[in-house]
Write a protein that binds this ligand. Structure first.
Ligand SMILES: Cc1cc2nc3c(=O)[nH]c(=O)nc-3n(C[C@H](O)[C@H](O)[C@H](O)COP(=O)(O)O)c2cc1C
Ligand code: SF4
Length: 428
C-alpha cells in the first residue's frame, strides 16, 4: 500500500512546531494562495474536495461553511474543537504538539472563507503541554503578521483565542462546548437553531475539529482532485488513525481513507506475538465494535456505516484473545456514567444502571435476565437521549452482546469472569 504522508509529513522534522521550520516546509503558502481567491472559491474548493469532518460525524465541511450567512450582520466565529475526549482517540493532541502552525494556517483560511474575525481553539484542560505549544505558535504567527490586522496586506483581521476547558467529555459535543466557552456549565443545547445561525454569543458560528481544519492548507495547495485521489469517492482524503491496545507498535498512523484494519495492523508491526484479534472499535468506544471478520473492511465513513458501525474519530482500540469483552465494556460504561451531564433521563439513569449490572456480572452475582435488561436499557437510550453521548454509550453494550453473548452467559454461569486469572496475569 503506497503511503505518502500528508497530514503528518512534518511530524518527524526537527523542531517541527516552530514557525521558521513550518515555513521551510511549505508553511503559510496555502494562506497566500487562498487570499488570492474569493471567499466563495475557497468554500467551493473544500466542497469539491469532499472533506468530511474528522470530529466523529463526518459532516461535509464545505457544506457546513456554505451554511454561514453570506451577509455579515453580526460577527461570525470559528470554533476549533480540540476537546478530544473520546476514549482511544489521540490524534489532535500530537497534531497540535508537532504541527501547530498547520492548524493556525487552516484557521486563518477558514476564517477568511466564513467571514470570521475571531477563532477560538477549545482545548481539553488536561492537555497543558498542547496548550503551551499552541500559545507559542499563536504568538509566533502574530509576530510574523499572519494574525492580527491586515494579514499579508489583505486588509483582513483574524484573532485566535486559545481557551482551556475543564476536562469534561460532554464539552466535546459542539453545543455543550459553546455553553462552556461562554462560561456556563457545559450541557448540550436544543437544536435548531444550529450554530451557523446561533452559535457562540448568539452569533453565526462554525465548529470544526482540529484535524478537519488542519487538512485545509494541504487541500488548498494540492487541489480538490488530488485530495479526492486518496480513498473512496464519497469519503476521500488523508486520515490519521489512532491505533492502541494489543499491537506491537501503538501510535498514530496516517493512511488514505478506506485503508483496512489488516493493513493498519501490518503498519503497526502486527498483533502481540502469540495472540489473535478478538474485537476492536473503528472510531472510539462510542462506536459499535467489530471482530476479526471485519479485518478487510475499508475504514471510511460510508463503508463503516454500511457495516453497522461508525468511523467516528478513527480510534482503533484493538483487543486480543486475552481480553474479557465484558470487562472492557464495564470500564467504558463507568466512563459514560461519570461523564453523563445528567440533563436527560434516559442517559443519566441508563448509564447508572449499566454500571450496576456490569458490576454484578464481574462479581458473579448476575442472573440470566441481566442481559435482556442491558438490551432493554439500551433501547430506551438509543434515539431517546438528548445528545450523542447517550446514544454512544449503548454502542459497546449492544454490539458486544451481539458478537459475544456466550461470554456474558459464561459470566453468570461461572460466578464471574472466566478469564479473570489470565487478565490479571497479563495486566501484571
Ligand atoms: C459526546 C460527544 C463528544 C464529542 N467530542 C468531540 C471532540 O472531542 N472533538 C470533536 O472534534 N468533536 C467531538 N464531537 C463532535 C462534535 O459535536 C462536532 O460534531 C464536531 O466538533 C464537528 O466538527 P467536524 O465537522 O470538523 O467533525 C463530540 C460529539 C459528542 C456527541
Ligand atoms: S444524553 Fe447524556 S450527556 Fe447528553 S444531554 Fe442527555 S444526560 Fe447529558
Amino acid at each position: 500500500m503506497p503511503v505518502s504522508p500528508v497530514l503528518t509529513r512534518r511530524w518527524a522534522a526537527p523542531d517541527a512546531w516552530r514557525r521558521d521550520r513550518y515555513e521551510q516546509l511549505d508553511g503559510y503558502r496555502a494562506l497566500c494562495k487562498a487570499l488570492q481567491a474569493s471567499r466563495a472559491d475557497v468554500v467551493r474548493l473544500v466542497e469539491n474536495a469532499t472533506l468530511r469532518g474528522r470530529g466523529g460525524g463526518g459532516f461535509p465541511t464545505g457544506l457546513k461553511w456554505s451554511l454561514m450567512p453570506q451577509q455579515q450582520v453580526r460577527p461570525h466565529y470559528l470554533v476549533v474543537n480540540a476537546d478530544e475526549g473520546e476514549p482511544g482517540t489521540c490524534r489532535d493532541a500530537p497534531l497540535m504538539m508537532t504541527d501547530p502552525h498547520a492548524l493556525i494556517e487552516g484557521i486563518i483560511i477558514a476564517c477568511y472563507a466564513v467571514r470570521a474575525q475571531t477563532a477560538f481553539i477549545y482545548v481539553r484542560g488536561e492537555l497543558v503541554h498542547a496548550r503551551r505549544r499552541l500559545d507559542n505558535a499563536v504568538a509566533e504567527a502574530y509576530a510574523a503578521g499572519y494574525l492580527g490586522d491586515d494579514i499579508l496586506g489583505s486588509g483582513m483581521r483574524v484573532d485566535i483565542v486559545v481557551h482551556s476547558g475543564a476536562g469534561a467529555y460532554i464539552c466535546g459535543e459542539e453545543s455543550a462546548l459553546l455553553d462552556s466557552l461562554e462560561g456556563y456549565r457545559g450541557q448540550p443545547r436544543l437544536r435548531p437553531p444550529f450554530p451557523a445561525e446561533r452559535g457562540v454569543y448568539g452569533c453565526p458560528t462554525v465548529v470544526n475539529n482540529v484535524g478537519t481544519i488542519a487538512s485545509v492548507p494541504a487541500i488548498v495547495l494540492g487541489g480538490a482532485q488530488w485530495w479526492r485521489s486518496m480513498g473512496p469517492a464519497e469519503s476521500p482524503g488523508a486520515c490519521i488513525y489512532s491505533l492502541s491496545g494489543r499491537i506491537r507498535r501503538p501510535g498514530q498512523y496516517e493512511a488514505p481513507m478506506g485503508t483496512t484494519l489488516r493493513e493498519l495492523i501490518d503498519m503497526a508491526g502486527g498483533m502481540r506475538p502469540g495472540h489473535e484479534l478478538k474485537f476492536w472499535t473503528p472510531g472510539g468506544s462510542s462506536t459499535p465494535m467489530f471482530t476479526a471478520e471485519h479485518l478487510d473492511l475499508p475504514l471510511d465513513f460510508d463503508s463503516v456505516r454500511n457495516a453497522g458501525s461508525i468511523l467516528g474519530t478513527g480510534a482503533l482500540m484493538i483487543f486480543d484473545d486475552s481480553d474479557c469483552v465484558v470487562r472492557a465494556v464495564q470500564r467504558w460504561s463507568q466512563f459514560y456514567a461519570h461523564e453523563s451531564c445528567g440533563k436527560c433521563t434516559p442517559c443519566r439513569e441508563g448509564t447508572y444502571w449499566y454500571v450496576q449490572i456490569y458490576d454484578r456480572l464481574e462479581r458473579g452475582e448476575a442472573t440470566a435476565d441481566d442481559i435482556d435488561t442491558l438490551l432493554d436499557i439500551s433501547e430506551n437510550m438509543l434515539g431517546r437521549s438528548f445528545c450523542g453521548l447517550g446514544d454512544g454509550a449503548t454502542s459497546p453494550v449492544t454490539s458486544s452482546i451481539k458478537y459475544f453473548r456466550d461470554e456474558y452467559v459464561a459470566h453468570y454461569q461461572n460466578g464471574g469472569c472466566p478469564n479473570r486469572a489470565v487478565s490479571a496475569l497479563i495486566s501484571a
